[in-house]
Design a protein around this ligand. Structure first.
Ligand SMILES: Cc1cc2nc3c(=O)[nH]c(=O)nc-3n(C[C@H](O)[C@H](O)[C@H](O)COP(=O)(O)OP(=O)(O)OC[C@H]3O[C@@H](n4cnc5c(N)ncnc54)[C@H](O)[C@@H]3O)c2cc1C
Length: 338
């Protein structure tokens, strides 16, 4: 009988991706509902030792597939490895990060083992399904251009599988967590499993800021009026030790780079403070920032939906509020310095 929640923890050059750890934390909550365990899955060349780090994020056990053929990600051998893990272990649920690798691997495996897959989930819960009288994974994701949230269930096939984008689930670390078993799953690879030849790997120099790592985000929407106003937002962000980010409207208008976009088609962020400046609060934007610890909105329209998710709201023109805010923060910092 299918059992346990398996989480694919991706690694690149021996460094684990945070999304896999976030999913372990989420899986722990889901597993408690099911009365089952969480199993972290590692694949690569020499990945066994990484397993020790998974327990504090929620894994009860770790399985790994190790082989030189898995040194770099290639669809075919990774699909073979994970298909074997699923066939041997018969999981109830498998979760993947919606990274470029997860998006490639998950559908391939779904097709090979003949089960469903729900991509880019924003919420996962376990609920009793009245039709089957079983506890099932409810996989919620935006649908129809983000205008509705659809909850999808996989009743007939196992495992139930979902991908979740980085930053959507909260990472919970428990240094005192019990250390579990680390088991190898043997896969017999043959030369024919490697159907491409990697001639050279050229790593792209990526200097872009990762807004998902920022503790404070000063985010600008169409209401800031011009691309130049990001300089003013940057001034505040610098004073607070944060970064600037944006709604999609301004990215589409070419006012700011795409890697600063927050939302359904941008990045999911969870800073300590999210300051939304002239952002209306469309559902697609909220999908990317609702998990922030504290949300402060500045908007001249007191009915703007952003106020519904804000801890604090300032109704007013950004051009009048922002200079006063910058002044107040600067004064406070000067006072603290003496
Ligand atoms: C499939 C799909 C995916 C999408 N993905 C994303 C996404 O990832 N991220 C995203 O952000 N959007 C996304 N969108 C777009 C989204 O629906 C909204 O159009 C967008 O978020 C609006 O951006 P905005 O809030 O900056 O602009 P607007 O909706 O135009 O809001 C501007 C706000 O500024 C206020 N304002 C105006 N002037 C001032 C002023 N002087 N002072 C103070 N306030 C002022 C206004 O009252 C208003 O509330 C997506 C849409 C679709 C269909």
């Amino acid at each position: 009988m299918s059992k346990n929640i398996y989480v694919i923890v991706e690694q690149r050059d021996g460094k684990m991706l945070k999304v896999g750890l976030e999913l372990l934390s989420e899986a722990k909550k889901l597993a408690a509902e099911l009365g089952q365990s969480v199993v972290g899955v590692l694949m690569g060349d020499k990945v066994k030792d990484l397993g020790n780090d998974l327990f504090k994020y929620g894994a009860d056990e770790v399985v790994y597939v190790e082989d030189p053929i898995l040194k770099e990600y290639v669809t075919e051998p990774y699909t073979k490895a994970l298909t074997k893990v699923i066939q041997d272990e018969d999981p109830e649920i498998v979760l993947y990060g919606a990274t470029s690798i997860g998006r490639d691997l998950a559908p391939r495996v779904a097709s090979r083992i003949h089960t469903g897959l729900t991509a880019d989930c924003t919420k996962l819960t376990i609920e009793m399904d009245k039709k089957t009288n079983q506890k099932l994974l409810m996989m919620t994701r935006p649908a129809f251009g983000g205008n509705i949230m659809a909850t999808i269930v996989c009743r007939q096939y196992r495992p139930q599988m979902a991908t979740v984008r980085p930053g959507v689930m909260e990472l919970i670390e428990d240094a005192s967590a019990k250390v579990g078993n680390i088991r190898e799953i043997k896969v017999d690879f043959v030369d024919a499993d490697m159907n491409i030849k990697i001639k050279e790997i050229i790593k792209e120099e990526h200097k872009a800021t990762d807004i998902t790592e920022a503790k404070i985000l000063v985010s600008g929407g169409r209401g800031i009026g011009s691309p130049e106003y990001y300089d003013t937002l940057s001034e505040l962000a610098d004073l607070l030790g944060g970064e600037i980010s944006s709604s999609r409207a301004n990215v589409d208008a070419g006012w700011i780079a795409k890697d600063r976009q927050v939302g359904q088609t941008g990045k999911t962020v969870r800073p300590d403070l999210y300051l939304a400046c002239g952002i209306s609060g469309a559902i697609q934007h909220l999908a990317g920032m609702e998990g922030s610890d504290c949300i402060i909105a500045i908007n001249k329209n007191d009915t703007a939906p952003i106020f519904d998710v804000s801890d604090l709201g300032i109704v007013g023109d950004i051009k009048q509020v922002m200079p006063k805010l910058i002044e107040a923060v600067r004064k406070y910092k000067e006072e603290q310095a003496v």
